[in-house]
Ligand binder design. Sequence first.
Ligand SMILES: Nc1ncnc2c1ncn2[C@@H]1O[C@H](COP(=O)(O)OP(=O)(O)OP(=O)(O)O)[C@@H](O)[C@H]1O
Ligand SMILES: [Mg+2]
Length: 337
Amino acid sequence: MAEKIGLGIDLGTANLLVYLEKKGIIFNEPSVVAFDQESGKIVAAGIDAHRMIGKVHSKISVIKPLKNGVISDMYAAKELLTYVFNKVQNITEKELSNSSTVMCCPSEVTKIERDIMIELANNLGIKDIFIEEEIKAGALGAGLEIFKSKGVMIVDIGGGTADVGVLSFGDIVLSRTIRMSGNYIDAEIMKQIKKDYKVEIGELTSEKCKIELADLRDNAPLTTIRYAGRDIVRGIPKYVEITSEDVRRILVPTYTEIVKLITAVLKDTPPELSADIYENGLLLTGGGSMIKGIEDFIWKRIQVPVRIAKNPFTCVAEGAKYLLKNRGDYLVNPMQL
Ligand SMILES: Nc1ncnc2c1ncn2[C@@H]1O[C@H](COP(=O)(O)OP(=O)(O)OP(=O)(O)O)[C@@H](O)[C@H]1O
Ligand SMILES: [Mg+2]
């Protein structure tokens, strides 16, 4: 009988990462897929589809299969993963049906949202499926020692959700999620620019503007960058000068909400574990942890030392590697519960 393959899938709101045992990360691109409306066929996936956002004619639809950390379009999610399995790595249906697959999800998902992930796996022909919390996989992939009797805190700031969890003895003691993160900031920047400058900018431009101008430091220098958009009054293309202050006005309240979430989790953490966290600090993962000055921003508000993972974008997929390697000990098939 053919050897059973191990797969790890971090199907994020912004980025999809697929880990294949013995090979490593075989796909790391945006969670986006583009279809030809007439034939229903995929015309692009990943980075190529991402480049099409806001730029295609009506015969092509560009879809992000996830919203706020959970699957919102099952068909698109299945097609995107099928594309990755067939085109990128040539993983056959037989291999998939004989695989052990770990799929990661935010910690506070409803039963229905979790069941949708299992349904996606079934639609892909995967029988041996394990759903694991992103924060646990992320902690393992970032090299945190979670199996000791010591509390560790992990904060994942992704595209769709901010997830805070405390782990001890190898599992999550408590966790909370808010569906307010990178994509929310991009949408708020778009709204603000439209209101203040009467210029509409696209989703990709808004994200670029966030990445280039975001700075949470108190003494951050004022920077201005010119972006192309559309004048909403005259309907013609127009450049708009966006400042780091414009972005900061959205960034600060959003990251304040994330700090409130951390505080809420700390409040409910048993005292012995919270003492460990105050001593050892918390670990940040996900793309939203890349913002300048984030460590000080959190430290000043709650006096807990903050570290950023070395691999903030890939640690969840790398954690899947660990879980697969030790699957006999840590993974429970939800269909066998
Ligand atoms: N340098 C940066 N500064 C700020 N934000 C960034 C930076 N680089 C990437 N991001 C943001 O990080 C987010 C993507 O992070 P990540 O890949 O961890 O999300 P995800 O895992 O797909 O989402 P989720 O886990 O919430 O479903 C995007 O919103 C992106 O704009
Ligand atoms: Mg993620």
